[in-house]
Design a protein around this ligand. Structure first.
Ligand SMILES: C[S@@+](CC[C@H](N)C(=O)[O-])C[C@H]1O[C@@H](n2cnc3c(N)ncnc32)[C@H](O)[C@@H]1O
Length: 281
């Protein structure tokens, strides 16, 4: 006999309250996402945590339950990413920007992946910098990787990925061979020399106080993140990035995104057909 769970649904009012809650706390605008998708994720979360209705979930959220808020963020954020995504960005950084930064800063460079998901992006960066010979004991090159999804951050810290995961859809065999090990069948682990270059931490991009602590940054990668934000949150985050960057520093966003409707103080540049944003000197 199969035990079926009763079909749970989210009433429209609770669903809207959750969408508003997520928007306020994270800047993510779920308003345009298909309702059925959100509902499916919420029902799965309710089953995992033992809630019988969305209304119960909302009641606990209204009590400012931090743990539940984190579960909700982990369930509703889209962490899809892969190694070597829009590879041209890493090439532009490594071949065109790094030489100038290193000359200017006497060997110290700070790169920040904001919205790093499960680490594919910062690790690709680290592999590129290793491969191009930028990482030397005499230099102080750091890659900060931050995200709001704690489960994703843990995968990143462990550097452990299933060989079947979409993370590898664009990984050149040469890099796979050189920078990954195989702790078990079906698993790849990023090698320690790459892992040691990346520092993972929790950071909510719409938390002004936490963002104020990110200073002295030379390059920011924030790709496929702002896409999910409403216009107001986008502007707030772009202004925070501007404050975090050193003069002459660069912001990379994905080729699918644009700051077209976001007023900002950056100068737009095109390098190797990649549009990027530079803080004026
Ligand atoms: C689609 S992934 C992009 C990953 C990677 N940057 C890339 O381009 O492949 C979007 C990431 O942004 C994160 N994110 C969304 N809202 C955020 C916020 N308010 N603060 C920090 N990270 C956030 C999500 O948790 C998710 O991991």
């Amino acid at each position: 006999m199969s035990l079926m769970l009763p079909q749970q649904e989210c009433d429209e009012r609770s669903l809207q309250m959750i969408i508003d809650f997520v928007k306020r706390e994270t800047g993510i605008d779920l308003g345009d996402a298909p309702r059925k998708n959100i509902e499916r994720k919420l029902v799965r979360l309710m089953q995992e945590l033992g809630y019988s209705s969305c209304r119960d979930l909302v009641d606990v959220l209204l009590d400012a339950d931090e743990a539940l808020l984190q579960h909700l963020i982990d369930a509703l954020t889209v962490t899809e990413s892969y190694f070597f995504r829009e590879e041209v960005h890493f090439r532009v950084l490594s071949r065109q920007i790094m030489p100038k930064l290193l000359k200017r800063s006497k060997g110290s460079v700070r790169i920040w992946c904001a919205g790093c998901a499960r680490g594919e992006e910062p690790y690709t960066l680290a592999m590129y910098l290793l491969e191009d010979g930028w990482i030397l004991p005499s230099r102080d090159i750091r890659i900060y990787a931050t995200d709001i999804n704690r489960a994703a951050l843990q995968v990143g810290r462990d550097g452990l990925y299933s060989e079947r995961s979409l993370s590898f859809r664009n990984t050149p065999p040469y890099f796979l061979e050189k920078y990954f090990e195989r702790p078990e069948d079906h698993l790849y682990r990023v090698r320690r020399l790459v892992r040691d270059l990346v520092e993972f931490s929790y950071l909510n991009l719409v938390d002004r106080e936490a963002m104020g602590r990110m200073r002295d940054i030379d390059v920011i990668f924030c790709r496929n993140v702002l896409y999910y934000f409403n216009r107001y949150a986008k502007k707030q985050v772009v202004d925070s990035f501007h404050a975090s960057l050193n003069p002459g520093g660069f912001l990379f966003i994905s080729g699918m995104e644009s700051l077209h409707k976001v007023p900002h103080d950056f100068e737009m540049k095109v390098l190797d057909q990649v549009t990027l944003y530079q803080k004026r000197v």
